[in-house]
Design a protein around this ligand. Structure first.
Ligand code: E4P
Length: 226
């Protein structure tokens, strides 16, 4: 399974990239805001400046899919924004919401050879629609489903069945990951990708018995050398 970082913070991305296990990066308007960048307007002409600089900086740190999210409400606006983002770098995946307008935009991006990530996906039927439109990546938000009292992983299982049943080329990107258990569950279900906050990626390395084991080995090694 591929692991992406769900962040626009360059220090976090740089550290995660240094571990050698990072395959891509997802950003969204909230993550851009949290990284300290000024909010950008809906107009594609305002999509430059800090946002563009940040996305380009990320492309230099990670050689894999980098998602940049559109903010237009209609397909025409999404296409205009997405064409601009895609021209910045070959690895940019244009993120659009799973609405009828978003799906229309994905169909057009597919024709243009522009890679996409359909986001804000909360049901298996939305996965089916996004896959039919030719989305490169499809992002179900598992954590937000769990927050709403739903079984997020059951939805991922259904979505993986649908993708496999019809040999769709779309890759399922498990998003809104809250903890390391969700990464394991996604991997067991065969999801193609999980995008994780920095703290979740960091926590994946850790186990108290690993720390305890190192401590004991070092102590015994010191004794052995005496
Ligand atoms: C990533 O593509 C999504 O935008 C992100 O995982 C959403 O996560 P959240 O539910 O923690 O905001």
């Amino acid at each position: 399974m591929k692991l992406f970082i769900d962040s626009a913070k360059l220090d976090e991305i740089k550290t995660a990239a240094s571990w050698g296990i990072l395959d891509g990066v997802t950003t969204n308007p909230t993550l851009i805001m949290q990284a300290g960048m000024p909010a950008r307007n809906a107009s594609p002409s305002d999509a430059g400046g800090d946002f563009k600089k940040t996305i380009l900086a990320i492309t230099k740190m990670v050689n894999g899919p980098i998602s940049a999210e559109t903010v237009s409400p209609d397909a025409a606006g999404m296409i205009k924004e997405g064409k601009e983002f895609a021209a910045w770098h070959k690895n940019i995946h244009v993120k659009v919401p799973c609405t009828s307008e978003g799906i229309k935009a994905v169909k057009e991006f597919r024709k243009l050879g522009i890679k996409t990530n359909v986001t804000l996906v909360f049901s298996a039927n939305q996965v089916l629609l996004a896959a039919k439109s030719g989305a490169t990546l499809i992002s179900p938000f598992v954590g937000r489903l769990v927050d709403a009292g739903e079984d997020g992983m059951a939805m991922i299982a259904e979505a993986m069945h649908i993708i496999k049943n019809y040999n769709f080329t779309s890759q399922l990107l498990v998003a809104s990951v809250r903890d390391t258990r969700m990464v394991t569950d996604a991997a067991v279900l065969g999801a193609h990708i999980a995008t994780c906050p920095f703290k979740v990626l960091e926590a994946m390395f850790k186990h108290p018995l690993t720390d305890k084991g190192i401590e004991k080995f070092l102590a015994d090694w010191a004794k052995a050398k005496k």
